[in-house]
Design a protein around this ligand. Structure first.
Ligand SMILES: Cc1cc2nc3c(=O)[nH]c(=O)nc-3n(C[C@H](O)[C@H](O)[C@H](O)COP(=O)(O)OP(=O)(O)OC[C@H]3O[C@@H](n4cnc5c(N)ncnc54)[C@H](O)[C@@H]3O)c2cc1C
Length: 359
């Protein structure tokens, strides 16, 4: 089958890929973006919490908002909850959010195709589709999530993953707070209860070694919250997924003559402590699309510039989080004090000395 040649091939149409497709197309590039999903945003594999800042980077953000949150309540082991306020953010309708980003990419002129799984990315950066079709772009953008095939072709692999499971429960009273549950039992992760009006997402994430206990940990947290009268029986929407928590990967490289850029989870742009990656995906995707356009306009160091921008924007916060994560989970059974130092809502997370072994 003859290859289809375009300026920019984007693999993945989550927040990173849709943002990349939009920004490259808006600069006049011929963009084809593919995703294996049947439609944008489904199935939802997300707790749907974003910082308020996202609104600055996504046009028409408001329709995707379900409710604002103002505070964070963190409970360490079986203690009482510590409040951090203000801790503002928004709970969003993630499917709608992703769909809006794809609509914006299409409006800018990008061709967005669903039900198109990529089966291989060869050593020359040619993108092979399940039906046998081949896409060739002068620039390839890998926005295909935590287990990115594009990243693998470049040798950039997310090796540390957190496994998450979540379902939706009725909330007994409306809430304007995100609840976080920290425990030495929830190895490498935490539990959460995030409000969405009359319901909430209840979830737990852990590292690979504790994966077999994921269901039991979630059930135990649920049972406890039911006993406390905060939530009802599990209602619906069992979901889950993997979250890369091993820090940033090199976001650019070459396959043959082609410039290859990675964005979002594919580039490891997820906070290794909180697991949040939506905002970084939107921002890095937008920058990757612009870098692709720069390259097509003859700017030969566009890839290096992109890597520098990513490091400037995200390096400090993500590297600090990675240091705290390693410091915490190196311990077989972290103490309450260590759990606090390892969580973003406590001042010690920001101020405690870096551990020389992990700094
Ligand atoms: C359970 C869970 C809860 C989370 N909760 C939050 C939260 O509350 N807040 C937050 O900020 N972050 C959260 N995250 C992380 C957040 O979802 C990601 O950081 C974000 O989705 C990254 O966007 P992305 O576009 O890089 O990747 P993705 O959203 O993963 O998009 C990648 C796209 O690539 C496609 N794809 C992958 N492989 C192929 C292939 N071979 N061929 C074609 N298409 C392919 C996928 O179908 C997908 O559409 C959560 C993650 C999980 C798993």
């Amino acid at each position: 089958m003859a290859a289809e040649r375009v300026d920019v091939v984007v693999v993945g149409l989550g927040p990173a890929g849709a943002s990349a497709a939009r920004s490259a197309a808006a600069r006049g590039c011929r963009v084809v973006a593919v995703d294996r999903r049947l439609r944008a945003g489904y199935p939802v594999q997300c707790a749907e919490l974003v910082p308020g800042l996202v609104g600055q980077d996504v046009a028409a953000f408001a329709p995707a908002v379900r409710q604002p949150v103002q505070r964070m309540l963190t409970r360490v082991e079986d203690g009482t909850a510590d409040e951090r306020a203000p801790f503002p953010g928004f709970m969003i309708d993630r499917a709608r959010f992703d769909r809006q980003l794809v609509d914006a990419a299409r409006a800018a002129g990008a061709e967005c195709r669903f039900a198109q799984p990529v089966t291989a990315v060869d050593a020359c950066g040619r993108v092979v589709l399940a039906g046998g079709g081949v896409l060739e772009g002068a620039v390839v953008i890998g926005a295909d999530g935590p287990r990115s095939r594009v990243g693998r072709a470049l040798g950039a692999v997310n090796r540390e993953l957190v496994y998450a499971r979540q379902y939706t429960v009725p909330l007994r009273a409306a809430s304007d707070a995100t609840d976080i549950f920290l425990s030495a039992e929830i190895t490498g992760g935490y539990g959460w209860l995030f409000p969405r009006g009359s319901h909430a997402h209840l979830g737990v994430g852990v590292t690979a070694g504790a994966r077999a206990r994921l269901g039991a940990l979630l059930a135990a947290l649920h049972a406890e919250l039911r006993r406390d009268g905060r939530v009802g029986r599990r209602s619906h929407n069992l979901t889950g997924g993997t979250i890369p928590v091993g820090g940033r990967l090199p976001p650019q490289g070459c396959l043959g003559e082609r410039l290859v850029l990675l964005a979002g989870d594919a580039a490891g742009l997820v906070n290794p402590v909180s697991g949040a990656g939506i905002h970084a995906a939107v921002v890095s995707g937008g920058l990757a699309g612009s870098a692709a356009a720069d390259r097509l306009e003859g700017h030969c160091v566009a890839g290096d510039d992109y890597a520098e921008e990513i490091a400037d924007l995200f390096g400090r916060a993500l590297d600090h989080a990675l240091m705290r994560r390693r410091q915490l989970w190196r311990q077989p059974r972290p103490s309450r004090a260590a759990l606090r130092t390892g969580w973003i809502a406590y001042p010690a997370y920001w101020t405690a000395a870096a551990d020389p072994a992990t700094a």
